[in-house]
Design a protein around this ligand. Structure first.
Ligand code: ADP
Ligand code: MG
Ligand code: ZN
Length: 485
């Protein structure tokens, strides 16, 4: 039987964080009343002239550098013509044959994904389908042009992705980069980071690409992954049974977990692209590019490598930590204060657990400071407190509970006041162990008969009596000595 492989290319529309729109002075604020942020330019009135937003270009250049692209010496804008009620001008200003960024790549888990281009364009308006049950049952639609003219960067990958998980990793990495650059909020649910997935299949070993379907309406990372999986299965089944894949745009339906056909796909020719006559071509000065590059922060890939090298963190954890920039920065601060990287890693486990438990949790919202974590980690290192206590303290602080006053938690004081220091006094522990052994002759007998598990019973008893504060190392050692008697 012929085996098939999937070929995937992603198109991402990232909304660039600027205060005003790309060709007019209207604000880009999210959540304004319908048609509050509009003017004759973004409404496409006759006779108006667009003026290019410098910050949008700067953001575009930043992304290009981060994605290893060449930044065009000369770039220009083009009109992409089509008719739709959310586009009053009848065309979208975009970039056709001279995009601002081209020929880049990202390396994800050791595999290179080439980036064909990234270009600037304006967003269209939005139609609110009113009445009945929305899109299909509605009687009328209300256009809202607040979004018209908001700057977008469309980032187009080459078809170098081979499975759904890899597509998801590419997307998350792209989003993390844009967030590190502070040029995009990267929120799929809010629509400021949108992704269309192009999927085709071909027999293994074949060079030529199969016919692709483009999937839209992907509102979450999991939707992207599931839609691609579904589409690969659908297409594979089609070609296996001797049928052909149609070139079309398909919509992902979250409820049924399926994609369905929306329309046959327009080709570039249908858009009748031509140069935007109201904007002159833009020459991008190399000095400008260099000065922008100087303002860029350390990027996720470099940060992961540094974290792994400095702390021996496994790659999977480094990926998750670096994705949460504020957590990575916080961890850097803890290390800078002098905590041992080896022990400090325990904090990351706790922080990630906390993150999963409280969705939307960010470290900066809790009362915990880098100094607190450093103090906990150092007390752990010195043997003053044990691992269990360290974990409890970290979690309490990160969840801002029961530690009390939101300001100035001093860990050494908390340890003293709450009596959290480990019991490391050997004699004291020995007399407790002797008492437990004396009180449980049956268990001692079982142990002597070779039932190793009973040992844990004794440990548990002493831990209970000490409220979890016994120094585990000393406890274990003394217990063995006493049981051997
Ligand atoms: P279109 O003109 O339909 O938008 P493009 O050639 O511009 O098509 O490609 C758009 C996206 O589709 C790119 O991300 C590209 O990598 C991807 N792509 C192109 N051909 C294929 C294919 N046969 N299978 C999967 N993805 C593809
Ligand atoms: Mg396209
Ligand atoms: Zn405007």
């Amino acid at each position: 039987m012929v085996e098939y492989e999937a070929v995937i290319g992603l198109e991402v529309h990232a909304q660039l964080k600027t205060r005003s729109k790309i060709f007019c002075g209207c604000p880009t604020t999210f959540g304004a009343d319908a048609n509050e942020n509009v003017c004759p330019v973004c409404l496409g009135m006759p006779g108006v002239l667009p003026v290019l937003n410098k910050r949008a270009v700067e953001h575009g250049i930043k992304c290009g550098i981060a994605l290893n692209c060449s930044i065009a010496e000369t770039t220009k804008f083009d009109r992409k013509n089509y008719f739709y009620p959310d586009l009053p001008k009848g065309y979208q200003i975009s970039q056709y044959d001279q995009p601002i960024c081209s020929n880049g790549h990202l390396t994800i888990d050791g595999r290179k994904i080439r980036i064909l281009r990234a270009h600037l364009e304006e967003d269209a308006g939005k139609l609110v389908h009113a009445g009945a049950d929305g899109l299909h049952g509605s009687d009328y639609s209300k256009p809202d042009f607040n979004r018209a003219g908001v700057p977008l960067l469309e980032i187009v990958s080459e078809p170098d992705i081979r499975d759904a998980e890899h597509a998801r990793r590419y997307l998350t990495e792209l989003r993390t980069i844009l967030r590190y650059l502070d040029v995009c909020d990267g929120d799929l649910e809010k629509g400021n980071f949108r992704c269309d997935a192009n999927v085709s299949v071909r027999p293994f070993g074949q060079e030529e690409l199969g016919t692709k379907a483009e999937i839209k309406n992907l509102n979450s990372f999991s939707a992207v992954e599931r839609a691609i999986k579904f589409e690969i299965d659908r297409q594979t089944a089609l070609v296996r049974s001797g049928q052909k894949v149609k070139q079309e745009t398909r919509l992902w339906d979250e409820n049924s977990g399926k994609t369905h056909s929306m329309r046959s796909k327009e080709g570039a020719r249908d858009y009748r692209y031509f140069p935007e006559p109201d904007l002159v071509p833009l020459h991008i000065d190399r000095q400008w590019v260099a000065s922008i590059e100087k303002t860029m922060p350390e990027l996720p890939e470099a940060r992961r490598e540094r974290l792994i090298k400095d702390t021996g963190l496994p790659n999977e954890i480094a990926v998750v930590v670096v994705e949460r920039q504020e957590l990575a920065t916080f961890f850097d601060e803890v290390l800078a204060l002098g905590a041992q990287p080896g022990t400090a890693r325990a904090f990351l486990d706790q922080a990630l657990a906390c993150y999963n438990k409280n969705t939307g949790y960010t470290i900066t919202e809790s009362i915990v400071t880098a100094q607190n974590i450093k103090d906990i980690v150092c007390s752990l290192d010195s043997g003053e407190i044990n691992t269990g206590t360290a974990k409890t303290l970290m979690t309490e602080l990160m969840e801002s509970s029961s530690v009390g006053d939101a300001e100035a938690v001093d860990i050494p004081t908390v340890i003293k006041q709450r009596g959290l220091a480990q019991m490391s006094n050997e004699d004291e522990l020995r007399s407790m162990i002797s008492a437990v052994i004396a009180a449980n002759p049956k268990q001692v007998e079982e142990f002597k008969a070779g039932k190793q598990k009973v040992r844990e019973f004794f440990l548990g008893q002493v831990m209970k009596q000490t409220k979890g504060k016994a120094n585990p190392k000393i406890l274990n050692q003394v217990l063995d000595e006493e049981l051997a008697k």
